[in-house]
Design a protein around this ligand. Structure first.
Ligand SMILES: Cc1ncc(COP(=O)(O)O)c(C=O)c1O
Length: 392
């Protein structure tokens, strides 16, 4: 057999459906409500700080685990908000986005045969991340409409082989914000089975209706067994900058830093300087960010419901999961392709968030990290869509 083929690992997962939808959107000139990136500007102070860093010739490799000002800002920000001491030297590693932070963490802690518990629907990277790190994923379902999990199902997913559980709160794609009680349940299982929580908190500040973000690291006995992952992408509307980080217990930091170093050496040095400035923005910035997103959420909810989508109201992050049975849809991928090609609105097919695609077959996800004009244009285009049984 020819050796001019991809590896077995690479054949075990497909191209990212989310990124594919963005490409299809460009092809058909659609309104892109698929991939979660803002179409409005980043904060002026943050952009100026990046320009100033380049002007000041911050052009060479930063320390591989991250420039000190950013690591200190990450550590002090987390300590201040949640009352948990974090050491910039021993616990913070800056990576190329939280995507790399997740991959480096998994490669640093997983051995082939280890099991990893993943809640589904899940952010689509976690599946390939598990495969690439050699983990055996064990999926636990979040049940709509409020995306709760069955504690018995979770309990049954843990065993002596469980090395880690991957958590994402506020959650993509559901908008769920895990409650303290739910986190206590997960934490108790981590303690019982000596497992690590890898907690993707990239939507930490994008949270609505008085819900509060609780980092699982702050639950009793979890600081020593949690890797918290976050980044600049969503909080400061700079998804293309590729700056993220891990906060890990000192016992795991060395392994994460080694993997990170040989994977990417480091994140963009001038953008790390700007990141330190971003993290120093006053509290009002974060309140304003959440308030603006809540308004956009309400706007898109109203649009989608008027166009006959069944919406699951999100309490955090910037996505709306919908059910599309009203349109006679039984195949989310075909429906999403129809939407982008014929209606001109790009979404993400629900099946890409599930291990078993059948579970997402009647769902599509919209994002609302967009200007009002963009959402209104989507509204106008969705007029074309007619539910079954309604005459044109
Ligand atoms: C849950 C979640 N984690 C991570 C990422 C990627 O973040 P980054 O840009 O920091 O790699 C995304 C982007 O959509 C996301 O939704």
């Amino acid at each position: 057999m020819s050796k001019l083929t991809g590896s077995k690992k690479a054949t075990q997962f497909t191209e990212s459906v989310i990124r594919e939808m963005t490409r299809l959107n460009a092809l058909y000139g659609g309104v892109n409500l698929s991939q979660g990136f803002p179409d409005f500007p980043a904060p002026a102070e943050v952009k100026q700080a990046a320009c100033a860093a380049i002007e000041a010739d911050v052009n060479q490799y930063a320390v591989t685990w991250g420039a000190r000002p950013l690591r200190e800002a990450v550590a002090s920000g987390f300590s201040r908000r949640y009352g948990l001491p974090v050491s910039a030297d021993e616990q913070v590693t800056v990576c190329c986005g939280s995507t790399e932070a997740m991959m480096s963490t998994m490669m640093a802690i997983i051995d082939p045969g280890d099991e990893v518990v993943i809640f589904e629907p899940f952010y689509e990277n976690y599946g390939p991340d598990a495969i690439r790190s050699g983990a055996t994923p064990r999926y636990v379902t979040l049940h709509e409409p409020d995306w709760t999990f069955d504690p018995d199902e979770l309990t049954a997913a843990f065993n002596a082989k469980t090395k880690a559980v991957i958590l994402n709160t506020p959650n993509n794609p559901t908008g769920k914000v895990f409650t303290r009680d739910e986190l206590e349940t997960i934490a108790a299982l981590c303690r019982k089975w000596d497992a690590i929580a890898i907690s993707d908190e990239i939507y930490e500040h994008i949270i609505y209706d008085g819900h509060r973000h609780v980092p699982i690291a702050t639950i009793d006995g979890m600081a020593d067994r949690t890797v918290t992952i976050n980044g600049l992408s969503k909080t400061y509307s700079v998804t293309g900058w590729r700056v993220g980080w891990t906060i890990s217990p000192p016992s795991l930091t060395g392994a994460i830093r080694k993997v990170h170093d040989f994977l990417t050496v480091g994140a963009a040095a001038p953008l790390q300087e700007a990141g330190a400035v971003a993290l120093g923005l006053p509290d009002g910035y974060y309140l304003d960010l959440a308030a603006r997103y809540q308004r956009r959420r309400d706007m898109l909810l109203e649009i989608l419901e008027r166009h006959h989508f069944t919406c699951y109201k999100p309490y955090g992050a910037y996505y709306i999961m919908t059910d599309v049975r009203a349109f006679g849809c039984t195949n989310d991928v075909e429906f999403a392709r129809y939407l982008v090609k014929e209606v001109g609105v790009a979404t993400v097919p629900g099946s890409s968030f599930y291990k078993d695609p059948a579970r997402g077959r009647t769902k599509v996800r919209f994002c609302f990290c967009k200007r009002d004009e963009t959402l209104l244009e989507a509204d106008r285009r969705l007029e074309k869509l007619v539910p079954v049984g309604v005459p044109r």
